[in-house]
Ligand binder design. Structure first.
Ligand SMILES: *Cc1c(COP(=O)(O)O)cnc(C)c1O
Length: 388
């Protein structure tokens, strides 16, 4: 009997080791990992610098709790703020927890302004996590189904629709924040119009709302800048991240600026594990490597190369509706549900994912080599062509 709860539909493969862009299964077969553990292992598997940092720190000091000072956490916070233009960080262990912190800041911000039912605007087709508050915020109805009563105080608008938000601004007095992903990840790599975030920034400024960006998937260099919002020259009030921050070691961060960074005071929030020495050692090593190896520019260039390579390889394929990307968040949208392509890909030695039923989603590591990128293009094109 299998003693693991049936929360996941698992593929019939188990990996025993990884190096760079490749994973090896129990039978010794190798797979090109075009998914990076769902945008987590951005530096590839078992990156030597991160593994070494974890090894050293594990032999020095793993955990003390946030009852005491944690120099590695202070250093990581300082670096994250320098990279993002923000002021203060709350550390936790996952994306959902980072978003929980952001939602709590939004609620307190409202109550501090005497708003009784502080409401947060969220987007259709968004994904913010699986805790009660974050699933209530999530746009995907399947994530919410069966878990009522949900956390109230969220209003949904279509993604990339400024008019819907302006309409709410005119009619609703209790809104305190907008929370969106800069690119919908689980929602199928949906890239909004240029200036969407800048326009949201303006609406938030005009209405004294907080702009909360969920960069759990887009962050840590994946779209070509450390955070995606940096391509629109704006700053949010809060940005959340997790996935790529520890390259596989669990760590999340809720990063805030200005008034939003002063709202959580002693007693209002916490996490036993959040920002412990081991997690921070891993994340500091990730930040070192992103900078030293110029991986953010690499993500942008690789993304452009892969998208144009896929467009060439798949031109004339009448099942392909669109090929798009922002850095290393890449989508091949099909005209029909194609969940079986995941298995076809596995048989062909490449790991991919299908989002929203019909979108082949690629989230390869930022360390992918040029020859591996060309290999990826050829394999994905081959797998996509198998759909008849
Ligand atoms: C994955 C993801 C989350 C949830 O992160 P967990 O670490 O699984 O809790 C939240 N938001 C976005 C945009 C994500 O992609």
């Amino acid at each position: 009997m299998n003693h693991i709860m049936e929360t996941y539909g698992r593929l019939p493969v188990s990996f025993v080791s990884g190096a760079g862009s490749y994973l090896t299964d129990t039978s010794g077969k190798q797979y090109l990992d075009a998914l990076s553990g769902i945008a987590v292992c951005g530096l590839g598997h078992a990156h030597p610098k991160v593994s070494e940092a974890i090894k050293q720190q594990a032999a020095t000091l793993v955990h003390t709790s946030n009852l005491y000072g944690i120099p590695l956490q202070e250093r990581l916070a300082q670096r994250l703020c320098a990279l993002s233009g923000m002021d203060k960080v709350f550390f936790c262990n996952s994306g959902a927890e980072a978003n929980e912190a952001a939602i709590k800041i939004g609620r307190l911000y409202g109550h501090n302004r005497q708003i009784n039912n502080p409401t947060i605007i969220v987007a259709d087709d968004s994904f913010h996590g699986r805790t009660m508050a974050t699933l209530s915020a999530t746009g995907n109805a399947k994530v919410r189904a069966g878990f009522g009563p949900l956390v109230s105080g969220f209003i949904r608008v279509p993604f990339n629709d400024l008019g819907a938000i302006e309409h709410i601004a005119e009619n609703d007095e209790e809104v305190v924040a907008i929370m969106v992903e800069p690119v919908l990840g689980e929602g199928g790599i949906i890239i909004p119009n240029n200036n969407y975030l800048a326009e949201l920034r303006q609406i938030c400024d005009k209405n004294k709302w907080l702009l909360i960006l969920d960069e759990v998937q887009t962050g840590n260099g994946r779209t070509g800048t450390f955070f995606a919002y940096q391509q629109e020259s704006i700053l949010p009030d809060i940005v959340t991240t997790a996935k790529g921050l520890g390259n596989g070691f669990p760590i999340g961060a809720c990063i805030a600026k200005g008034v939003a960074s002063e709202i959580l005071i002693p007693g209002k929030h916490g996490s036993t594990f959040g920002g412990n020495p081991l997690a921070c050692a891993a994340a500091n090593a990730v930040l070192d490597t992103l900078a030293e190896d110029d991986l953010m520019n690499r993500a942008r260039d690789l993304g452009n190369h892969i998208v144009s390579g896929l467009k060439t390889a798949l031109s004339g394929n009448n099942r392909v509706v669109d090929i798009r990307g922002k850095g290393l968040m890449i989508a091949v949208e099909m005209d029909t549900p194609c969940p079986n392509l995941v298995t076809t890909a596995l048989e062909n030695g490449i790991l991919i994912n299908v989002a929203r039923d019909n979108v082949v989603r690629l989230l390869p590591p930022l360390t992918l080599r040029d020859d591996e990128a060309d290999h990826l293009i050829a394999k994905v094109a081959h797998v996509v062509r198998s759909l008849v």
